[in-house]
Design a protein around this ligand. Structure first.
Ligand code: C5P
Length: 303
């Protein structure tokens, strides 16, 4: 985060779900889940400037609403309400993370907004305070306050930060269309796929380890992780391109492949930069409608 007297800049990273197990539908319509989330080096960029009153958002993306439907605006209002202040702000948002993609871009923008304005306005809220203020804005907001790597449960509000001991490069592939997260979860409820994998032994093991180690010190290696996403089969049956993108990544040498969150974005995991970049470079001209990035898993959160 960079600050001058007049403005403050912050980068909001994308996330991928390295593991996502949907446990059950809750009475409030959300789903309880277990997920391992990892920030990656694909960023939206935000700049905040003090203003006498009101919230003005200017976005680089014509598709993005800049009114109360936008999570940056809602995060600002939530913070103003919690602090009981009347400050105003002008926000510039450069959108690089695709929307409705399963990469958490909206939640990341909201978390970055809470952290940046807490600092700009010298409000003194702790991370725990910000997580409580932000948790109703989007299920991934708490994670983005405790990244770069964390195990989350509940609907996403219970976060155990982890340390990932090994770096990986990821080639991220988005097919160029958005999917409603709500719709994907609704499809899952109707087929009940979540229950089938809830006894995953790797998951039982990781939970046991989290219980016996101190929060924040829980260490993981990529080789320990079982890539899995309960929402993937729902998306693959409706959108064959999801499987096609994964097959392309496999044929380019990815050591693992998975859909992120509710999709439709998928990623391939590579050990070395020297393997990830050529894979991305080769796929781009073959699939001009797909958006493709080679990025690193983050060791430090920019939020
Ligand atoms: O919280 P967020 O806005 O990301 O959620 C979008 C939709 O995804 C919710 O309205 C809900 O239908 C679904 N969802 C869910 N369980 C979660 C997270 C999201 O059912 N843990």
């Amino acid at each position: 985060m960079a600050r001058s007297s007049a403005h403050l800049k912050i980068k909001a990273p994308a996330k991928v779900n390295l593991f996502l197990n949907v446990l059950r539908r809750r009475p409030d319509g959300y789903h309880d889940l277990h997920s391992l989330l990892q920030m990656v080096g694909l960023y939206d960029e935000l700049i905040f400037e003090d203003a006498p009153r009101g919230i003005t958002l200017v976005s680089s993306s014509g598709d993005l609403p800049v009114d109360d439907r936008n999570l940056v605006v809602r995060a600002t209002r939530a913070l103003v309400r919690a602090a009981g202040i009347k400050s105003g702000v002008r926000v510039g948002l450069k959108k690089n993370i695709p929307m409705g993609a399963g990469l958490g871009g909206g939640s990341s923008d909201a978390a970055a907004t809470l952290v940046a304005l807490n600092r700009l306005w010298k409000l003194g809220f702790s991370r725990d305070d910000l997580a409580k203020i932000g948790q109703d804005l989007g299920s991934d907001v708490p994670f983005f306050l405790y990244g770069p790597t964390a195990f989350v449960s509940g609907r996403g509000e219970k976060v155990v930060p982890c340390v990932l001991n090994s770096d990986r490069w990821l080639v991220i592939v988005n097919p160029g269309f958005e999917v409603s997260t709500r719709w994907v979860y609704e499809q899952l409820s109707s087929v009940g796929a979540g229950a089938a994998t809830s006894q995953n032994s790797w998951l039982t093991n990781i939970q046991e380890n989290i219980r016996i180690q101190d929060s924040g010190k829980f260490k993981l290696h990529y080789s320990d992780i079982v890539l899995h996403n309960d929402l993937e089969s729902v998306m693959e049956s409706k959108y064959p391109v999801v499987r096609a993108m994964k097959e392309c990544l496999l044929s380019e040498g990815a050591e693992g492949i998975l859909m992120s969150g509710s999709g439709p974005t998928v990623f391939g995991v590579f050990k070395e930069k020297i393997d990830a970049f050529p894979a991305a470079r080769k796929l781009k001209p073959q699939h001009p409608n797909w958006k493709i990035w080679a990025v690193k898993s983050l060791r430090r959160s920019p939020i």
